[in-house]
Design a protein around this ligand. Structure first.
Ligand SMILES: Cc1cc2nc3c(=O)[nH]c(=O)nc-3n(C[C@H](O)[C@H](O)[C@H](O)COP(=O)(O)OP(=O)(O)OC[C@H]3O[C@@H](n4cnc5c(N)ncnc54)[C@H](O)[C@@H]3O)c2cc1C
Length: 487
């Protein structure tokens, strides 16, 4: 992603880009669910969307279905979309609260076009002129991460990136200022550069091992620190959403691609052994397993700074938060956008570096808070893991957000927020957080005309959903990938 973006950005500039990766080491290869920014990322590179979908065996994603999260047997959907429509510049959900306090029994999810589509396994790309503004939503992909990387590698090479398959053995620093001068490969090659992007995964070969940037550990807030992943045969049609199923000591993902299912279990190693985690995952797979389960350990948190001297860390080298809301690939993308915006010259202005670090750190903190919310608000108390999640302290920033919502249903949007207010609303609503008061502006609305307005909105959504084809039909018509055995 970095090489492709930098190559595109410097197409008409005098910049030489070298991409070093090691076929011996390989990639983690499990990041398969994305959030909507990925659509723009590819579009900005000038990549044909449907061609990319075919090349990566992708399916579409309208959001995430959370199962067993609030209580065993319950589920809810997190869509990439708003609910209803503002009425006289007042957010829609305030009216729902107002009417529900009067006993209307309205369900917020009836006012989400994306949720209604997902419930019926339907998909279409958002229409540029939808029949109703209520039919506006975003989408993302589930894709084969290794195929995506291969696609972007080819794309980068076509734009002049020099690609080397080699293993970095040593990082040479300038003794005067500690900047990176060169990387030394195992085969003896020495690659000099002015700017280095560290995409070496969890170990952070440049940003940490060479520059000792430091890591902020958030494991006192997020208790999951291990994962096991396995691929299986697809049973039935791919759903246009990821499934996240809460389990006794963590949660399981199901990510449907066109040709297979990606499965994994994220868990707290303090509560569950590697062996039991693997057994739990394998007992909850639908189709036949097609590869060997792979285990991962991680420390939730972030690198103290993603930009240090002339090194910029991306991906796992910059930190990691469990993929509960599929945010890692998105963080790569937003970090690249910041890098391009503050593109360095050889003076490496410290203000630019500080600003990029400030923005990135704040973005990660908001994601961290959003993830903690899923655990904190759950009413599950059937295991020590869930009880610990609810008893744990939460960051002040989250206390503030939650407190504000509880008081009167207010949602805050920060400058660096990955999730829109509607995503936060989804969580509060799904976990049963009811505000103590109602926004004054909503409570003063005329109840009869409000109910009529809401009924019309609901009917428009239902009407628009009827016009949409199934997810599988959409794929078959527009972007069916060849099965790997046919290619
Ligand atoms: C269990 C799990 C589930 C995940 N699920 C999702 C998800 O659903 N959605 C999402 O957005 N993200 C997810 N992620 C995160 C996602 O996988 C990563 O953000 C993404 O794959 C990028 O990884 P990376 O390139 O930073 O690291 P890696 O994939 O580890 O790649 C490291 C690269 O550095 C190279 N390298 C390493 N050492 C050397 C060396 N010495 N010399 C030369 N080259 C070297 C390797 O060859 C490789 O190319 C998940 C991660 C995990 C662990």
């Amino acid at each position: 992603m970095a090489a492709a973006s930098l190559a595109k950005f410097s197409e008409h500039r005098e910049v030489t880009i070298t991409l070093v990766e090691s076929s011996q080491i390989g990639t983690v290869g499990v990041g398969e669910a994305t959030i909507p920014g990925i659509v723009d990322f590819n579009r900005n590179l000038g990549i044909d969307e449907l061609e990319l979908i075919k090349a990566t065996q992708a399916s579409f994603k309208l959001g995430i279905q959370f199962e067993n999260w609030n209580k065993l047997g319950g589920d809810f959907f997190h869509p990439f979309a708003d609910y209803g429509m503002e009425i006289q510049q007042v957010a829609f959900h305030h009216f729902i609260h107002h009417l529900n306090r009067k006993g209307a029994g309205l369900d917020l999810t009836d006012f989400s076009f994306a949720i209604q589509l997902a419930k019926q396994n339907k998909f279409a790309q958002p229409h540029p002129n939808p029949p109703t503004p209520l039919a506006d939503y975003s989408y993302a992909y589930h894709f084969d991460a290794s195929l995506y990387a291969a696609y972007l590698k080819k794309f980068s090479i076509n734009l002049g990136v020099k690609w080397i398959d080699g293993e970095v053995e040593d990082v040479k620093l300038n003794p005067q200022d500690g900047f990176i001068q060169a990387i030394q490969l195992k085969d003896g090659q020495c690659i000099e550069g002015q700017f280095f992007i560290d995409c070496t995964g969890f170990k952070g070969l440049l940003i940490e091992q060479a520059l000792n940037t430091g890591y902020e550990d958030w494991s006192h807030w997020l208790f999951c620190d291990a994962a096991v992943a396995v691929q299986s045969e697809l049973v039935g049609e791919p759903t246009p959403y990821t499934r996240s199923i809460a389990r006794e000591n963590g949660w399981q993902w199901r990510i449907p691609l066109q040709h297979r299912m990606g499965n994994g279990y994220i868990y707290a190693s303090h509560f569950q052994s590697k062996e039991k985690a693997e057994a739990m995952l394998l007992a909850n797979i639908e189709g036949g397993v097609i590869n060997k389960p792979r285990h991962f350990r991680f420390t939730p948190g972030r690198r103290k700074n993603i930009w240090n001297k002339n090194c910029f860390a991306l991906g796992l080298a910059s930190g990691f938060l469990e993929p509960l809301e599929s945010t890692s690939i998105s963080l790569i993308q937003t970090a690249i956008a910041k890098l391009l915006r503050f593109f360095p010259d050889t003076s490496f202005n410290p203000f630019n570096i500080a600003e990029v670090n400030r923005l990135h750190n704040s973005e990660m903190e908001h994601i961290r808070d959003f993830l903690i919310l899923h655990y904190k608000l759950s009413s599950r108390n059937d295991s020590a893991f869930w009880r610990q999640c609810q008893e744990a302290e939460i960051p002040e920033s989250l206390q503030h957000k939650l407190g504000l919502y509880k008081s009167c249903g207010h949602l805050i949007e920060h400058e660096t927020e990955s999730f829109e207010p509607s995503s936060w609303l989804t969580m509060y609503n799904a976990f049963g957080v009811v505000p103590d008061g109602v926004d004054m502006r909503a409570s003063m609305a005329n109840t009869d005309s409000l109910i009529k307005n809401l009924q019309q909105m609901k009917a428009s959504i239902q009407g628009a959903v009827q016009q949409v084809i199934s997810h599988q039909t959409f794929i078959d018509r527009h972007c069916k990938a060849r099965m790997p055995k046919d290619s």
